[in-house]
Design a protein around this ligand. Structure first.
Ligand code: ZN
Ligand code: ZN
Length: 354
């Protein structure tokens, strides 16, 4: 019997960033940010943006082959379809599956972010009794919110309980690195730390800079044949360079700051100026992403979490000759190998799915 092909790859399920539906009048439609890291039959999901369940199906990835789900940070464009994965995943899971799918993400922020200097009067937070829940609390609240449906499925249709199918947990930030959500959300010089391991992958993380979000993580998957590093949402951050050192593929977010200027620039409204502040402090230009990939010595750089999500690809692609390695602007459902070059099997990206 032939041995299983364990050459690793990512499948870009969704490549748009931002909590938006992004008009597709330009003819280009990108789904919300979500990435599958595939090793043999098994895969690992990073972020659950808009449309992720449908995109898994179009990519031909069987739900039960998902080993774990990783959430970089709790912004809605990365988490909005967790409910659909929990609810519709019940019908995709083999009822004999022994182990729950782990959902691994940031813990409770622990403190509200500061109010913008541009606020004329301080806004009232929502849910002041627990204003910054983490991943485990969020998943628990989703199950509670849909308990009527879940109990129909479990009691009447004898589907497995979501509590048996999924196990959410918060990432524990190492002690002693000086982390604080408002005063020091991205401790300089921190060492990558392990958050997951099985026989196929080891996953490590660092804190990245995406204020006011805290914690916000980048993840690196190391396999026997190669590595991929996924930036999450971040401005240009030295910790990311540390994590991505020598990586075979860096998937980095990118924003078009010309679009930000055009979208908000002439408006005097304080809310618009606050949005511009956020984009400048919290995201990365394609030129900056190229600089980070060079510093890390990445073999391949692919830009994703593209903002805006409906810009023609050539606007990004035109920058490619500035990067010494291979530069990619993936569409949704591209399959990008990340086998080490010295392994002698450096294959090209292909399209998957319908
Ligand atoms: Zn985002
Ligand atoms: Zn974000």
């Amino acid at each position: 019997m032939p041995s299983e092909d364990l050459s690793p790859r990512v499948i870009t399920l969704g490549t748009a960033g931002g909590p938006r539906w992004w008009s597709s009048r330009t003819g280009r439609h990108r789904h919300g940010i979500a990435t599958a890291v595939q090793v043999g039959e098994a895969f690992y999901l990073v972020d659950a943006g808009l449309g992720v369940g449908r995109q898994l199906e179009r990519a031909g990835l069987a739900f039960d082959d998902m080993r774990a789900m990783f959430i970089t940070h709790l912004h809605s464009d990365h988490t909005v379809d967790i409910p659909s994965l929990l609810l519709m995943g019940l019908y995709e899971r083999d009822t004999r599956a022994a182990d729950p799918i782990r959902i691994i993400g940031p813990g409770n922020r622990g403190a509200l972010p500061p109010v913008s200097d541009r606020a004329e009067t301080p806004p009232a937070p929502v849910c002041p009794e627990n204003p910054t829940p983490g991943t485990a609390e969020m998943v628990g609240s989703i199950v509670q919110a849909y308990a009527t449906d879940f109990n129909d499925r479990v009691l009447d249709a004898l589907r497995p309980s979501p509590l048996d199918c999924f196990a959410a947990e918060d990432i524990r930030i190492p002690e002693g690195i000086g982390y604080h959500p408002n005063d020091n959300p991205t401790p300089a010089g921190m060492a990558p730390f392990e958050i997951y391991r099985d026989e196929l992958v080891a996953v490590t993380a660092v804190l990245v800079e995406h204020p006011p979000v805290a914690p916000a993580f980048a993840f690196r998957f190391d396999t026997a044949a190669g590595s991929v590093t996924i930036s999450g949402d971040t401005t240009a951050t030295d910790n990311l360079v540390t994590l991505a050192c020598g990586t075979d593929l860096l998937l980095h977010e990118a924003i078009d700051f010309d679009w930000v200027r055009a979208r908000y620039g002439d408006s005097p409204a304080e809310a618009d100026l606050a949005s511009i502040d956020h984009h400048r402090r919290s995201h990365t230009s394609p030129e900056q992403a190229i600089g980070l990939a060079e510093r890390a010595g990445a073999s391949r750089l692919a830009l994703h979490h593209l903002v805006p999500g409906n810009t023609p690809a050539r606007r990004w692609e035109d920058l490619g000759d500035r990067f010494a390695g291979e530069f990619l602007i993936p569409d949704d459902l591209d399959s990008i190998p990340f086998t080490r070059k010295d392994a002698g099997i450096h294959t090209s990206p292909i399209k998957v799915g319908a």
